[in-house]
Design a protein around this ligand. Structure first.
Ligand SMILES: [Zn+2]
Ligand SMILES: [Zn+2]
Length: 305
């Protein structure tokens, strides 16, 4: 499987010189499976550049939304494949049962919030009725877990053979209220993942004000990745006010933390353009090839990457 990052920021797009290195587009990750299946996680503003890439690839597309906050749906009206007549797009809106009235990814195209109405789109775009049944005939395992986040939502886990990808955003590992999913349940859900993408929007200095806002501390996410025996933790959903230098500092601290633990978990802070290939030979440990061009022109401290 190959994982490519197109939007890594949380809450609101944050372009500008202070965020150009890691990127200012909101949540969007592409997962390409070995059998050619294309899965897209979230439709933040990173979906627009992803659409430019996918418009050349004639395959059905599967969009898996964690929830319907703006930073996870706002890219859809600017996703080039929805304007292609021969395109199939299947959307997993993944709201908790009974919340369908708030599904907004298509409904935002209503002539008011956006000039076009989604019913006029050239592509065949529609919601899956039951994602578990929909994916049952595919050649991979599909599972999901309730997020600890205001309004709810789902995390996803994809098992393709021995390769495992887990996508968990926006999620508060230690919420003030009774959690929908406990820390121990997250350890099981993420157990043995080759790549775990997890929201780590906050640091201790953001507390206590933001406790209960639905996002995790970097320190909590490191504990989860370590306990779950994850191959590579991808720190994700960066705060819009976090500058490139501050994100780079989080990366340095996190590398030191895993080294001190003697952990084999690798850690990266997601950037737009990051690509991770997960390869597994018979009886071998997963090999992760991490690549992807980063924007040039920014000087970061020596040894940051
Ligand atoms: Zn978000
Ligand atoms: Zn959210």
């Amino acid at each position: 499987m190959r994982i490519s990052f197109y939007g890594v920021r949380g809450s609101v797009p944050s372009p500008g010189p202070a965020t150009a290195h890691f990127g200012g587009n909101t949540s969007c990750v592409l997962l390409e499976l070995a059998d050619g299946t294309v899965l897209i996680f979230d439709a933040g503003t990173g979906l627009r550049p992803l659409g430019q890439h996918l418009s050349e690839i004639a395959k059905p597309l599967h969009l898996l939304l964690t929830h319907s906050h703006w930073d996870h749906i706002q890219g859809l009206p600017f996703f080039a494949p929805i304007y292609q007549p021969d395109r199939e797009i299947h959307i997993c809106r993944s709201l908790p049962e009974g919340d369908a009235a708030f599904a907004g990814v298509l409904e935002q195209m209503n002539g008011h919030n956006h000039p076009l109405e989604h019913g006029t789109l050239p592509a065949a775009v529609g919601y899956m009725d039951d994602p578990l049944s929909f994916f049952a005939t595919f050649g991979f395992g599909f599972s999901r877990k309730l997020l600890n986040h205001p309004g709810g939502g789902y995390a996803y886990r994809i098992d393709e053979g021995d390769a495992v990808f887990a996508y968990v955003t926006d999620n508060e590992l230690d919420p003030p209220q009774v959690p929908a999913t406990t820390f121990g349940e997250w350890v099981d859900f993420c157990g043995g993942a080759d790549v775990l993408v997890h929201d780590a929007q906050y640091v201790e200095a953001d507390m206590p004000m933001k406790h209960g806002w639905g996002h995790s501390l970097v320190s909590q996410v490191r504990e989860l990745a370590h306990e779950a025996g994850v191959g590579c933790l991808v720190i994700y959903h960066h705060d819009p006010d976090r500058t490139d230098l501050e994100v780079a500092k989080i990366l340095d601290e996190s590398r030191e933390w895993f080294e001190r633990r003697g952990s084999r978990t690798q850690v990266v802070c997601a950037w737009e353009g990051l690509v991770i290939d997960v390869r597994r030979g018979a009886g071998q440990r997963t090999r992760l090839d991490i690549s992807g061009l980063r924007p040039s022109g920014l000087v970061l401290p020596e040894g940051t990457f």
